[in-house]
Design a protein around this ligand. Structure first.
Ligand code: PBG
Length: 326
């Protein structure tokens, strides 16, 4: 018994809820969240995505109703994806000034002038083959694809987007997009770059939502190899040098070490994408009754923030903000 006289009593600060509140090191807030949305053609469309319960494909006229609770809960930003009417080899829908995302941006900015509307900038939702850029003889081309991404970014900016988020992982795209925006006088429009994006199976449910699974091959020639972390730091360093204002690590949950390393090394705001597969896993286990879904959600989001993310892109945004404000 006397052996215990001088032990450190860590439990002292855990004994009362208010004490735990006082010494808590990480707190989530609704303004940490960015809420992803999927715009589809047509009107009156609100179709739940099978593998992502609670997430919907929405026609432009249905976006506002989905965004309203998010705004009311204090979520500052949305990330827009578009699924076009028709897809082609060169992803024309991505840089059509009247394309699905451009129309969605205009509509959201009209209804919610203060909402930060971020445009995801990639070709994979718009190409018939589902790749993120141009393909020739089975090879995914870099520089030709960057040219198309620049066109997409410019039309998104001209439609009124508050931020451009290139998600393709081609080399040199941040510099090219920055130059094109600056040339048009859009020097104050920030770029959130998907800087360290891994070739991950956790995007599976998203590809159902965006109908963007590659028709052949995979994304391993441009997205990163999961075992690498130093490579992520090289990618991020390059994107910052090219003009990225906010950098992103994606996915989040299986890459908390990458988030931590990026947080320690770089002094720009850091975002992490709590991707579709991470969301769907929580929904699935909750449905099976194997875990408490709400607690799993909050623990995961807290862990992403604790690892060093300043911003979290998450399909849980509205649910989590609701719990935080309860
Ligand atoms: C590409 C893009 C993807 C995601 C966001 N942007 C898919 C991919 O690279 O295959 C995945 C998001 C998620 O899984 O939630 N435009």
């Amino acid at each position: 018994m006397s052996d215990l006289a001088n032990i450190r009593r860590h439990r002292r600060l855990r004994m009362k809820p208010r004490l735990r509140d006082m010494v808590r090191e990480t707190a989530l807030s609704p303004d940490d969240f960015i809420y992803p949305l999927f715009a589809v053609p047509g009107s009156g469309v609100r179709t739940e995505i099978g593998s992502m319960p609670g997430v919907f494909n929405l026609s432009v006229d249905r976006l506002a109703a989905e965004v309203e609770p998010a705004v009311a809960l204090g979520i500052p930003a949305v990330l827009l994806f578009g699924i076009p009417e028709t897809k082609d080899e060169v992803g024309s829908g991505a840089y059509d000034p009247n394309g699905i995302v451009q129309r969605a941006i205009r509509e959201l900015k009209r209804q919610f002038p203060d909402l930060i509307v971020i445009a995801d900038c990639c070709l994979c939702e718009y190409t018939s083959h589902g790749h993120c850029g141009m393909v020739r003889d089975g090879v995914i081309l870099n520089d030709e694809s960057v040219e198309l991404l620049v066109r997409a970014a410019v039309t998104q900016a001209e439609a009124g987007a508050d931020m451009i988020a290139p998600s393709d992982m081609f080399d040199g795209r941040v510099a090219a997009i920055r130059a094109a925006l600056d040339q048009r006088g859009l020097t104050q429009l920030p770029i959130l770059s998907y800087a360290a994006k891994y070739a991950s199976c956790f995007y599976g449910p998203f590809r159902e939502a965006a109908q963007s699974a590659p028709a052949f091959g995979d994304r391993r020639s441009h997205q990163m190899d999961p075992p690498n972390v130093r490579e992520a730091l090289r990618e991020i360093e390059t994107d910052i040098a090219e003009g990225a204002d906010i950098i992103m690590v994606k996915p989040a949950l299986a890459y908390l070490d990458v988030i931590r390393a990026a947080h320690e090394r770089f002094n720009v705001p850091l975002a992490a994408y709590n991707v579709s597969g991470e969301y769907s896993m929580v929904k699935a286990v909750a449905k099976l009754g194997w875990m408490d879904g709400e607690r799993a959600m909050m623990e995961i989001l807290t862990a992403i923030k604790r690892a060093g993310a300043d911003l979290i892109l998450t399909y849980h945004a509205v649910e989590a903000a609701r719990l935080l404000s309860a």
